[in-house]
Design a protein around this ligand. Sequence first.
Ligand code: MRU
Length: 377
Amino acid sequence: MSKNIMDYETVELDDNDSSVVIIDQTKLPGKTEIIRLHTAQEIWDAIYLLKVRGAPAIGVAAAFGIYVLAKGIVIDAGYDSVSDAEEMDFGDFYDKFREQKEYLNSSRPTAVNLSWALNRMETVCLKAGRDEKKSVPKVLKILYKEAVEIKEEDTWVCKMIGEYGLALVKPGDGILTHCNAGQLATSKYGTATAPIYLGHERGYNFKVFADETRPLLQGARLTAYELHSSGVDVTLICDNMSAMVMKNGWVNAVFVGCDRVAANGDAANKIGTSVVATVAKRYGVPFYVCAPTSTIDYDTPTGAEIKIEQRPAEEVTEMWYKERMAPEGVKVFNPAFDVTDNELITAIVTEYGVARAPFQESLAEIRLKKEAAQKNK
Ligand code: MRU
């Protein structure tokens, strides 16, 4: 019997092979292909081409990626193995580490989890190597531990978002989601799908609508696939059908993920999210953004300052089609994300609780809760 997609790890580290192991999400749902990323170019391409995608999964892949590349720095310096590099100069190691970090960080601009995870890795690297004068092999052990922790934390974070999100809905509810903020975008459960999976385990019998999510079809290829494989009642709709299902009264709540939340609660997520939020407001459907605190960018005051990734025209004109579906030479606008204004958002669901307007204050409180929890760890 073939393995269920939910039994695969989205991102793994194979330390012996020095590789990041992912499911190539561009091939789903037709083919489950596991690929190994060894080089900086392979990791960069996998993120840019959305073989691994979704803000938290990108963060985990980047953390494992920089660890794998850090090991490579030692080998490239002429040592036979990492453990032989006791005498390696930390400054030389760090210069190369930083170069690789900047390179990986350039793969996608909008999801803050990418820079968040890489900065976390750099912070422990500097603390151990520069401040505590630990040897490079010891720094590598610390980098390994941090990367594994980033992944493990993500599972806990999603579970908590699921619990807080589940408290906002009731058995039998209709739920609409956009793009894929599911298990394939995280380590487990997903963010927007976490309340759905937890509810499913507890017999809530949700009726889920998954927007197909043009142009890259994450909703059709990934969300509908995940939910259907898990036995959740899911109906796939085209992006332009959300108003109809909401007007029909079939949707009690919208749950979406996000790639970067500004300090004022404006939230960047997959292109089309703000359309769904606008429609939800029109029909009085609560609109919830599920956001791990790693996705909240307190240094970005409003959504206007969030950099939106622009992607190739071919994704709109020919990708997924047997033949090109637009005239040669036509102008194409293909932003990967849009920003939902905070006034359209009912609440932002984090692993430390639910933030409501005014978001400037409520998100600041969430930050304090997180800091207090970390102090008590
Ligand atoms: O371009 P993608 O597929 O990486 O976009 C993904 C999304 O927009 C998700 O909703 C977001 O990253 C949150 S994933 C938990």
